[in-house]
Structure formats: C-alpha cells, structure tokens
Design a protein around this ligand. Structure first.
Ligand SMILES: [Zn+2]
Length: 959
C-alpha cells in the first residue's frame, strides 16, 4: 500500500490546498487563533526548529476537529542587518557562505540574484514557507503571510509606536550601546549575527574613582564602590605607559586602551601627555570619600585592557589586593626596586569594613585561605573574587567605620555611595564589555554613548502591574513559567527600541534617522495577520493604512465613514476588517522556544496590555524546549544539524511529526537520534499495514462481548484525548493513538474479534485521533477505509457514554491478568501442566464485595463498617469467621479506590466471562484451561484451592 511517502504527502497537501481547508474566514463557529513566534530570517532552519512549529499545526488541527474555526497564520522577522551581511558576503563570493547555501539546496543560478538584502529575505521567505511549513503539511493560512520588511507591515509598526507615544511609554535618555567604529551600532548577543567574536559579552557599569595627586587624577574603575572605606593603597602597572587626558579643567591618568574607550563615552577629552607606570610608584594620592592619602604601589595584575588599568586597593575584601600586598610586605626586593621605604610599606594595613555571616574580619583573607591561594596570578583568584563579591552583596552589612553608611546592607550602600561620590565630583561612570567583542568587519566593538536614545518604558509600574495581573488569568505552559512570569515582568527594564545605523526595518515615525530594532517590532504583530490578508490581496495599499485606519479597525475609535473619506478604503471593507478583528482577537495561543521566555514573551504581553483594550489581551503562551545535537546545541548559524529537506526524505514528514509529539514532554530538551526518529516512521508503517488488514475484514455477526469491549475502550480513549488536549498535551494524544488504541485493536483481533461494522466504527475514531499529528498517513488510511471526505475536515464525535462499559473493559483486563499469572507460575515452577483449573469465587464472596461497593459509594468503607454490614445479613452471618476474614481483606484492599474501579468486579459475571475465554486462553498458553465455579457441588478441588478464590482474583490450580 505504501508506495512512497513522498507521493502520499504530495497528494494530500495538494488536496488540502485545492479545498482551501487552511483558509480561515470569519463564521459563526467559536474561533481559535494560534501562532508560533515567527522566526528571524538568518539562514536555513534545521530539524530542531520544526518541533514547536509542529505543535502549532497539530493543536490547530485538533481544534478544527473539535468544532473550532482555526486561524493559524505565519510570517517571518527580517529586521536588523542579517540579510545585509549575508548579501554582502554573496556579493564578495565568500566561499564559506556560498558553500553553505549550495549544501542546503540553493540552486547555483540563484546565487547571482542574492546580492541585495531584500532578495535574500524574499528567497528565505520562500524557503521557509515551501520547504519547511508547506512541506510539513501545515494548515496555515498562507494568504496572510507577512514579513517585518513589507511596506504594509511598516505602516502597522508606525501605528504601534504612535500608540506607545500616546500612552507615554516612549522615553528618551542617554544610553550606552555597543558600536563598531565603522559599521555603527551592533547587536551583542549569542546569535553573533553582527559579530565575528564575543557574542556572550555583557555591558558592565563601572564606577570611575578619582584619586587626586596634586593637579592631576589617577582614575581607577571599580565594580565595588561600596568598598571605598577600605582603601589603603593604589596599584599601578610599572610596565605600562599611561595616558594623560585633559577633561575640562582636570587631568586624568588612564591606560591607553581606556583612553580610547572613554573617547566614545565622554565629551571633550584630549590627550596631553604620557607617563610611565614606574614613574608613579611611590606617589601619594588622596582616596575619594575617605579623603585619606594612600601610597601608589606596583602590581603586575593591573591589565591595561580592563577598566582603566589602574586599581584601588581594598585588601580586606578583594583577594587580589590581599595577595599583592602580602607579597610586597614579604619581599623586600620589590620595595627596594622602587625605593619604597619599609616604613611606608609597613604603614599600610587592611581595614575591616563589611561584616558577612560566615566570614571573619577580612573576608578576602578567609576565602584565600579556604581556597588555598598563596600567590598573585593564581587562576583561582577569579573565583575567590566572585564568591566574596556575591556573598558580600547579598548578605553583607557596612561596619561602624563606614560613616553615614554604617549598618546599611551592602546592596543598598553600593548605589548610595556611588551616587554621593558622583554628586561631589569624586566619581564618574564608565561602561565596558566583559570580554573582547569583534565586529563582522574585523574592528573591535566599543561601548558608545548615545544621548537621545529612545526607549520603551517597560519598567513603568502601572503597566507592569496590569500585565502581571492579566498573566494570572492566562493559560501559560509549562506551569513553572506561569509562576515565574511575574518575576520576569518585574525585572524587565526600559528597552532601547531604535537604532542608528545601516539596518533593515521600519523608520521611527518621530525621527527618521532611527530604525526600530528587532525586539520592538515583533511584539504586537499577531493582530496584524488579521489585516495582512487585505494588504496582500491588494484590497488596501500601504499608503491607505493610516493611524486613523488602524485606530478604527483595532481600537474601534472613530467611524468607518471618516476612515473611508480620509483613506479611500471602501466603507464596507473597513467594517469587515473591524469585524474580523473583533472575531479573531485575542490570540489564543503563542508558541515559542524557550529563548523567548525572558525577552519576546514579556514584550509581547506588555505591548498588548499597553495598546489594546482588555478583551483583546492574549490568552495563552506555550514554551517549547529544544532538539539538541549529540552533546551540543544545534545552532542555526553554526550548523551541525540535519537540513530539513533531507530529513523528511529519510524519516517522512509524519515520522518526524510523531517524533516531536511523542519523544518527550514539550518542556524538556531532546537529543536528536536517528534511530529513534526512524522507529516512529516504522510505527506509522505498521499501523498503516494493520489498518489495511482490518479494513478488509468482512465478518457480519452479532455484536459479542469483545465488540462491546472494543467500542467501550475507544470511547474511553476519546474522552481521555479530549481532556488531555484541554491542556494541549500532544504527548498524551500520541500515546493514546499510536500505542494504546493500536494495542487494543491488536487484542481485539487476537481475541477473534471480526465484526466489520464494529471495526469500521473503531477505525473512524482511531484515524481521527491520529490526524492532528500524522495527517498524511491519516488521510491515506481514511480514504482506504472508504470514509467520506477528508479526515482533516472530519469532526471528532463526543464520547458516546452509552457505548462505555466498565465491566466489559474490566473483563478483558481480567483475562490478560489471569493469563500472565498462569504463564508466570509455569515459568517459575518449570511444570509441564496436565490440567489447569480456574476456580471463581462463590456467590457469598461476591455478596461481601457488593456490600463493600455500597459502603464505598456512601464514603464509609472501613473494616468495622463492612463487617457490621455483612453480619447484618443472615446468609452471611451463618458463615461466621470466613466472612469476617474476607471483609477485613476486602475493606483494606478497596478502601482507597473509587467506586468506578471496584464496581465492575461485581458487575461482571466472572465465571461466564472466563468460561467464554477459556478456549482462547488455552490456545494462547498452550495447555487446556478449565473454569469452575466454587459454588458448583461436587467440585473437583483436591487441594482446597477454591477456598482462596475471591471476586476479581480466581484461584489457579495447576497439576
Ligand atoms: Zn564593523
């Protein structure tokens, strides 16, 4: 039957498209709008990306099947300079890039067209839509496709920024941003789109401390301004030639590297001279805040590329300082070399300034001793420094010696002391990257000050509160993220929303020099999919998409007539779009990878709550984890992953879809493993073969117990699937459809089930439950069975409770249990049985269980209650101790179970059921099995076995 998966996939994808079942139009059904966070256009995607996308299609398909009108639109995000740098490289015939494109299936003749950024974007848009999403059988509404670089999308973003401005959420203030001297601003992030090195670097704020020496200042950069009370000396690297900078009427001394960095952040700096580090050793300088004269000592650890290359020394709390001071004190040669008097050296003693639980007077000394550090340059010093800093910051308090800051927590004192010193002119601020960052062009990246940077004020208190409150009403998965999102929102600060430089994106409507950056134009966009369809079809032009137009269709402000007058858009179309918005919005579910948790999702929420009315705020978020390579993350830019087109040939689309749905919880990373993926393809093949076999069965007899069992089981499964999918639990859906239902049909056929009417009912339900995850195979099987229409359009029936029978389901469990018990006994004893007898429980024992069920239903089952109730029956009372023994056992076995679990045991006619199954069990086990009721007179029971039979657990006798 399975000629070729590719043919099956093509056939059904074509049929879905012909019937337009993916197109979403407003109607009177309830609606469900779902998206995945659109991907950035930075190159080819890999098998890991398809995981979350597949969840969206499968959830959408399930929703369709259960009565919803589903809108699943897609788009791409191309803002930034990724496409620019890619097109530049293609233009320059960069071998690495050309090879990468060809290897991923880009036709060679296409390359010459990819030399401008927009053609690169359009090229990848087609790859994403055709080679990934359509190839995977997604029922997305392609007519709504949008990209952040489309002119109509830009009009939407302009409107969004007008609304943010109206809400008072656009603010301007100085900003320190990474920039390349020739390319302008660059993004420093792990994707390294703009960079050739240093994507993990962070921007760190240093406090510049000014140490007066006559008419000039030695400048030290520190991350710990709260330690100034502990300053006892000052470090200079004798091997470095420092620079003198004129700043206003002051002269600053810093390393040459720091001078260069400072130029990008401070105005009016001019170099006025140089001075060798060794020439400053022995100077006395005045420390800020404490106004003490401290000596300048030599230290090799002063790195001219870190901070200013000059360091203030606080040995009490800085391990480096402690070690270096010890060395000078112990080695007289150092002092002699720089003509430092022993008296001066001896006068320098650490000052205890911070008390931290678990540390003594000098935390730096404690940690050095604990870690066994003895010399300067020990690599463990870095960890020691971090540890003391962390412990001090969170648990430290300023000691008495710290003047007005005494008693304050370090966390608090830090900012207060910094602010005071800046106010009095003794300190300044400086930003630096935590590691070397190099632009794609090869130049070193610096932190540059931008005076009039625009921000979106996500730190706004009211906005944060309202958003956080709304999140409580949302369906956010996994639950850890639901609990954590409030912290994420509170932590979110103002975010720079525009950039200067050579970027692709929407121009900032309030100042054309700026381009709106990538995170800020990708937050409110789900609502744009409702309008994009009209822009794509040409019914509205970008120039007609004015603020007035969007105000009406999104916010209901104004009226259609005046929108028509000012834009020329037909009034009925304006009304139609407004109705579409009211119908489709809010967004029901936004699915995105875990990298979205800290930036995209919070910004998405904030923009909705800031701009739209409350009834349009998002209803759900689902985060999916990654597919990883063997022992490493699969990365889009760095390769290492299987390209999608090759993978679908090998594993089939449905094989991969089933793999994503079933291999793990969405909230755990999985390691890509070929054999595992292949095993899912094989399972689908087995299922398809089995369905073909079942559909050819023609039995037409009466409905017998095994038929009732099958229909009951399948209706139970449908109920379970429905409740699992309330929580979007695709994994449970997959377990039920591809494993449990499969096993049930296998059992049915083993038990001789052959009623074609029943089989067809079961197949209908089975194929429907497989449709969301493996739609191509499902269509193929649906058509093979001769069912009408397409399964992608079928409606899953509600559970038919009239077909459910707990006792029928229980009866088959009993047969299976008994068979496995017998097999176990034979195996353990190594017997060759001549005779196997199953004794079922006597009627009086069933009566005891009945009374237990009654008590369970009344919520009062325990040993005394059951004994009492049994003794109330004359029939039972006369059996005396046998009854009270059984009552004890039954009560303790069933006490914690629900009525549903226990009732089937007494509803089933156990003797008749097992007698019916005896021939089957005999043939399966390979030995004859007889079933006897303990109530029959003249029982053949040579070893008194029948006595131990209880309802639900027949006694097994083997001889
Ligand atoms: Zn550059």
């Amino acid at each position: 039957m399975i000629s070729s998966y590719r043919d099956i996939e093509k056939k059904w994808q074509k049929k879905w498209a012909e019937n337009g079942i993916n197109n979403a139009e407003r109607d009177d059904r309830p609606k469900f709008m779902i998206i995945f966070a659109y991907p950035g256009v930075t190159g080819y995607l890999h098998v890991g990306h398809m995981r979350g996308y597949t969840y969206v299609d499968a959830i959408g398909r399930y929703k369709r099947m259960t009565g919803y009108n589903v809108l699943f639109p897609v788009g791409t995000h191309a803002t930034g300079n990724g496409a620019i740098s890619l097109s530049e490289k293609i233009k320059n015939k960069d071998e690495g890039i050309i090879d990468y494109l060809i290897r991923n299936g880009c036709p060679e003749e296409k390359l010459k067209d990819l030399t401008d950024p927009m053609s690169v974007v359009n090229f990848f848009n087609e790859v994403y839509v055709n080679d990934y999403w359509k190839r995977f059988g997604f029922l997305a509404d392609w007519r709504r496709f949008t990209c952040t670089l489309y002119p109509d999308y830009a009009k939407f973003i302009e409107w969004q920024f007008h609304k943010l401005m109206d809400a008072g959420l656009l603010i301007q203030k100085p900003y320190f941003a990474p920039a390349c001297p020739s390319c302008g601003p660059v993004a420093v992030d792990a994707s390294e789109t703009d960079l050739s090195k240093g994507g993990n670097a962070e921007t760190q704020e240093y406090t510049l401390l000014k140490f007066r020496c006559g008419d000039q200042f030695l400048i030290a950069a520190t991350l710990r301004p709260e330690t100034v009370y502990g300053q006892v000396c000052f470090w200079v690297n004798p091997e470095v030639e420092y620079v003198k900078l004129r700043k206003g009427n002051e002269v600053w001394i810093v390393s040459p590297q720091a001078a260069k960095k400072l130029e990008y952040q401070k105005d009016g700096l001019t170099e006025v001279g140089r001075i060798a580090g060794r020439d400053m050793v022995g100077w006395m300088c005045e420390a800020p805040m404490v106004h003490r004269k401290i000596p300048v000592f030599p230290a090799g650890f002063c790195d001219p590329d870190v901070g200013t290359g000059l360091v203030t020394s606080v040995p009490s709390d800085a391990p480096d300082d402690w070690v270096a001071l010890e060395m000078i004190k112990k080695d007289p040669l150092i002092g002699a070399q720089y003509s430092l008097s022993q008296e001066l050296i001896d006068s320098v003693v650490p000052i205890s300034i911070i008390s931290i639980d678990g540390y003594g007077e000098f935390p730096a000394k404690d940690i050095i001793d604990r870690m066994g550090i003895t010399a300067s340059g020990d690599p463990k010093l870095l960890d020691a420094k971090k540890q003391v800093y962390k412990d001090g910051y969170h648990a430290g308090r300023m000691k008495e010696i710290c003047g007005e800051f005494a008693g304050m927590r370090v966390e608090e004192a830090k900012d207060k002391m910094k602010e005071l010193m800046i106010e009095t002119g003794e300190a300044d601020v400086f930003y630096d990257l935590t590691e070397e960052v190099v632009c794609r062009c090869g130049k070193r990246v610096f932190i540059k000050r931008i005076d009039d940077q625009w921000f979106i004020d996500y730190a706004n208190k009211d906005l944060t509160e309202v958003t956080s409150e709304h999140c409580k009403t949302m369906d956010i998965n996994p639950s850890e993220y639901y609990s954590n999102i409030h912290t994420v929102l509170n932590w979110f600060r103002e975010r720079a929303c525009v950039r200067l430089g050579n970027w692709l994106g929407t121009r900032f409507p309030f100042d054309e020099r700026w381009i709106i950056e990538a995170i800020s134009d990708s937050t409110l966009y789900p609502i744009y999919y409702i309008v994009s369809i009209y822009a794509n079809s040409g019914q509205i032009r970008p120039d007609q998409m004015t603020e007035q137009f969007f105000d009406y269709v999104y916010l209901g402000k104004g009226d259609p007539s005046s929108v028509h007058e000012s834009t020329g858009i037909e009034k009925v179309l304006v009304e139609r779009i407004r109705n579409d918005v009211e119908y489709w919005y809010p967004l029901d579910m936004n699915v995105g990878g875990k990298e979205h948790m800290t930036v995209h999702f919070p910004a998405f929420l904030f923009n909705h709550t800031a701009i739209l009315p409350k009834h349009m705020w998002p209803k759900g978020i689902m985060v999916n984890w990654y597919v990883t390579g063997k022992k490493s993350k699969i990365s889009k830019s760095k390769g290492g992953a299987q390209p999608i087109p090759g993978a679908v040939e090998k594993y089939s689309v449905d094989g991969m879809r089933l793999y994503y749905a079933h291999v793990a919880s969405p909230f755990a990373d999985v390691e890509w493993d070929e054999d595992t993926v292949l095993s899912y393809r094989q399972r689908i093949e087995r299922i398809m073969g089995f369905v073909e076999e079942l559909s050819s069965i023609t039995g037409r007899g009466d409905v017998v117990p095994i038929d009732r069992w099958l229909l009951s089981r399948f209706n139970t499964h449908i109920g379970n699937v429905r409740s699992a999918m309330e929580k979007y639990d695709l994994r449970q859906l997959a377990s039920t459809a591809y494993f449990e239902m499969f096993n049930d049909l296998k059992w049915y056929s083993r038990r001789g089930g052959n009623n074609s009417g029943v089989i067809m009912q079961a197949l209908r339900l089975w194929i429907m439950t497989m449709m969301p995850i493996t739609p191509h195979a499902a269509e193929e099987m649906w058509s093979l069975c001769g069912f009408e229409g397409m399964v992608s359009e079928a409606q899953l029936p509600e559970t038919d409770h009239t077909k459910r029978s707990a006792s029928a389901e229980y009866g088959e469990d009993l047969v299976r249990d008994v068979m496995s018990d017998i097999a176990q006994i034979i195996k353990v004893t190594g017997m060759q049985p001549k005779r196997i007898i199953l004794y079922t429980a006597s009627a009086w024992k069933v009566d005891v269980v009945k009374k237990a069920v009654e008590l369970l239903a009344e919520g009062e089952l325990d040993i005394p209650a059951l004994t009492k109730r049994c003794m109330a029956s004359e029939e039972l009372r006369k059996r005396g101790k046998a009854v009270s023994d059984l009552a004890k056992k039954v009560a303790s076995d069933y006490m914690r179970l629900s009525v549903d679990k226990v009732a089937p045991i007494i509803e089933l006619d156990e003797t008749a059921h097992l007698a019916d199954a005896a021939a089957f069990m005999s043939s399966e086990i390979g030995y004859d099995i007889e079933v006897l009721s303990s109530d029959v007179n003249g029982l053949y029971d040579p070893h008194g076995k029948a006595k131990s039979a209880v309802p639900g657990r027949p006694a097994i006798y083997i001889e």
